[in-house]
Write a protein that binds this ligand. Sequence first.
Ligand SMILES: Cc1cc2nc3c(=O)[nH]c(=O)nc-3n(C[C@H](O)[C@H](O)[C@H](O)COP(=O)(O)OP(=O)(O)OC[C@H]3O[C@@H](n4cnc5c(N)ncnc54)[C@H](O)[C@@H]3O)c2cc1C
Length: 273
Amino acid sequence: MDLQSVETYLRPTHLAEVKGWQADWAWLAGGTWIFSQTQPQVKTLVDMQGLGWSELEVTPAGLAIGATCVMSQLLRVAYPATWPAMKGLQCAVHELASFKIQNVATVAGNLCLALPASAFAPVMVALGASYDISSLEGGSYRVAALDFQIGAKRTILKPGEVLRRIWISQESLTWRVNYRRICVATAGLAVSIVVAAHNPKTGQVRFGIGASVASPRLIEATAVPALTDLRDILEAAIPLTDFLEDSQASALYRRHVTQILMQRALAEFGIGS
Ligand SMILES: Cc1cc2nc3c(=O)[nH]c(=O)nc-3n(C[C@H](O)[C@H](O)[C@H](O)COP(=O)(O)OP(=O)(O)OC[C@H]3O[C@@H](n4cnc5c(N)ncnc54)[C@H](O)[C@@H]3O)c2cc1C
């Protein structure tokens, strides 16, 4: 859609060229969300495509995903056979509603949009990913995926800050991952997403919980929990009042299906009893 309020379009080739950030400026990555609805508060778009940040690097230490790496790129690269967790990231791509979005939207854009139903946030949390944040003043810092999104469409990013790169360690990528998502309609936003990760060497289990809550949550266990214990584990970790309640689903429904998805994920691994 034509964004009537936008008066200025910038396309820097270096971050240092972006000066004088204002409250009515916005980063433009793939543009799939920005151009999908009116943005009356945005007067300047700062296009990230000229910054050369689309890397997808497979290294002995882990995986780096650059800020403008398009989601579908995750499907096109050969990964080490010892990285079964890549299946979880690739599931996140497939779970997006439309192939048109997959081929234009960026992984980082999905995380920065910070929808409760983000396809990528729960898998990043389950894999213990971290994000490199750059500021316009030249500084940078790293934040855990779990600490990045702090509510529905809210992140820790300060004005002008940019999610520069996503990092997942090689060790996390050796975990097995099972991605579970449920909607009340065939095409629609998820009401619950559970991404289970299992370390076959240590028996540790991690659940990234999304869509049923405003921002992704992590539940960890040092050993495989019994399926019958999952309800108590979930209720102890996330109070009912933290589950979303809206026209799509009640908080009780969301908590219940989240528990079912946790059970199914463990059953798919062939663990839990
Ligand atoms: C029809 C449709 C269906 C969709 N279905 C789903 C779905 O099923 N599941 C799902 O999770 N999402 C869904 N989405 C949302 C989709 O995932 C987002 O539109 C997409 O991920 C945003 O990525 P983008 O690169 O296009 O970001 P943009 O639209 O360019 O930007 C999105 C927001 O993030 C900011 N931003 C982007 N990159 C950065 C960065 N690196 N640093 C700081 N800020 C940044 C922008 O300023 C903007 O506020 C859907 C969207 C549409 C239009």
